[in-house]
Ligand binder design. Structure first.
Ligand code: HEM
Length: 476
């Protein structure tokens, strides 16, 4: 396997075909005292605050594309965080934020809607030293070698799923992809492979995780999430659901702590049970629980929807679809074509369309300046649709990536810097295995030629009808 996009560190190669370009330079970064005075604030979206929040949360794509068209590549809006937010989409601004120290530009994930579920101290929600401590502990579990160990299991889960799909009847791919990625995450994180026996802590845990994910993606959960922003604890029905889930998580932790083969096990829970910080401390059960839930919640729906989008695009782009099938079935250039297809799908439909940092000192963003304390977000969607970086940005063209690596500040579906997605290598490996198996074994069609709209669920952007397809033929 060659997950080149995850090594995401070079912008050196530029394709001759003119399918990837360059943005003109734009100065960005921390300002010295007094320098802010000469710079204007970015222009504001000219709508009442509530109207902005509603439109942004319901139709983020239309909202940000319109704001960029009318106001330029840096603008100010309400809706993404409690206070006003700056939105930018220039790669130089992205670089300034990704390379800043955590003291100067901490991540906005500390204010994530997942905070009431995973608490303030997890790798996702913590900032500063605490974040680095948790990240260091988790990193070994996500290195290339650790991921390689999962590919066989990903492949088996995928083949089982494909065998169960109906032929000739339309169905939504997203829930099917989610079944695979849930299997993978449960095996990778908890070491629970296949269907656990009923009445075991593992079985209870799998059921509760499914329920939690289903509950958090219902439309009414959106409102609950908004009310939860900034809180450290869940409320109402979510609180009761979480208490039940916690019982199962703690039971699994307790059982694993006593397992005779703990020292040999390679799942993430066992790794974390053995891990010690530099000062020799072990993680408490509460810390373990928080990290495990982060990984489950951050890891499986995102990957599932990324795959769903890839197929939503493929079945509506015959050239790209045929090129993938022929490469995979002939074996010629298969790895490169699969990689290019995934990279292009994540460019054109990034599952997390917006990420951010809070600048703690005044910051320059091109011709504008913003004061200390401002939330500055990066619209991944807008960066990925810049005409100068990606000519014909709305076309789905995997050839952009044949022979070329994505740029660190131009292709950013996994974010960047010290907050870059911890599961990026796992997500790329999963997408490789699943895309390959589906291209090899299935002749797929769209159930309807009209593209699926993007729907916003919590912080993610997913296909509105779950990427509905029809299997025309399934090969052995
Ligand atoms: C296609 C699938 C995925 C996408 C698009 C995605 C995207 C992202 C993004 C955009 C961020 C924020 C980065 C930033 O602010 O710079 C993030 C963070 C994170 N992701 Fe993922 N992710 C995916 C899969 C996964 C998987 C499989 C896991 C783990 C099993 C995972 C675990 C995490 C964690 C722990 C963080 C927080 C990292 C930190 O703050 O240090 N993600 N992800």
């Amino acid at each position: 396997m060659t997950p080149t996009a995850t090594d995401n560190d070079s912008v050196a190669d530029r394709p001759a075909a003119g399918l990837v370009g360059e943005a003109p330079p734009s100065p960005a970064g921390p300002l010295e005292p007094g320098e802010l005075d000469g710079l204007a604030m970015p222009p504001s979206v000219p709508l009442p605050r509530l109207a902005q929040s509603l439109r942004f949360n319901q139709r983020q794509i239309e909202f940000v594309f319109r704001a960029r068209r009318e106001l330029g590549e840096v603008f100010r809006m309400h809706g993404a965080t409690e206070d006003a937010t700056i939105v930018t989409s220039h790669p130089d601004h992205v670089r300034s934020l990704f390379t800043a120290s955590p003291e100067q530009a901490p991540s906005l994930t500390g204010e994530s809607p997942l905070r009431p579920i995973v608490g303030p101290d997890s790798v996702l929600t913590a900032v500063g030293r605490r974040h680095m401590r948790q990240r260091k502990l988790l990193l070994p579990a996500f290195h290339g070698e650790a991921i390689e160990a999962y590919t066989q299991m990903i492949s088996e889960a995928t083949e089982r799923e494909i065998d169960s799909w109906p032929v000739g009847e339309p169905f939504a791919l997203a829930p099917r992809m989610q079944a695979i990625t849930l299997d993978v995450i449960m095996a990778g994180i908890f070491g629970i492979e296949g269907k656990p026996a009923p009445r075991t802590p593992e079985h209870g845990l799998r059921q509760m995780v499914k329920r939690l994910v289903a509950a958090s993606t219902r439309p009414e959960a959106q409102i609950t999430e908004l009310l939860h922003i900034g809180r450290d604890e869940a409320m109402g029905a979510m609180r009761i659901g979480l208490a039940m889930l916690d019982r199962q998580v703690y039971a699994v932790i307790e059982a694993r702590r006593r397992a005779a083969d703990l020292d040999e096990r390679r799942d993430i829970l066992s790794l974390l049970l053995r891990a010690r910080t530099e000062s020799g401390e072990a993680l408490s059960d509460k810390e373990l629980r928080d990290e495990l839930l982060v990984l489950v919640l951050a890891g499986h729906e995102t990957t599932a929807n990324s795959l769903a989008w890839a197929w939503e695009r493929l079945v509506r782009t015959p050239d790209a679809h045929e090129a993938l099938l022929s490469a995979v079935r002939s074996g010629e250039g298969a790895e490169e074509r699969i990689e290019a297809t995934i990279v292009e799908a994540m460019r054109s439909r990034p599952v997390i369309p917006l990420i951010g940092r809070r600048v703690m000192v005044p910051w320059r963003l091109g011709e504008y300046g913003v004061p200390a304390g401002t939330a500055v977000t990066i619209s991944i969607l807008l960066v990925h649709h810049r005409e100068d970086l990606y000519p014909q940005p709305f076309d789905f063209r995997p050839e952009r990536w044949i022979g070329h690596k994505p740029g660190t500040y131009e292709w950013i579906p996994f974010g960047g810097g010290i907050r870059r997605c911890l599961g990026a290598a796992l997500a790329m490996a999963e997408q490789h295995v699943v895309l390959e198996a589906m291209a090899r074994r299935l002749d797929l069609e769209a159930d309807d030629p009209a593209p699926e709209r993007a729907l916003h669920r919590n912080v993610t952007m997913i296909p509105s009808r779950g990427a509905r397809v029809v299997v025309r033929a399934r090969h052995a």
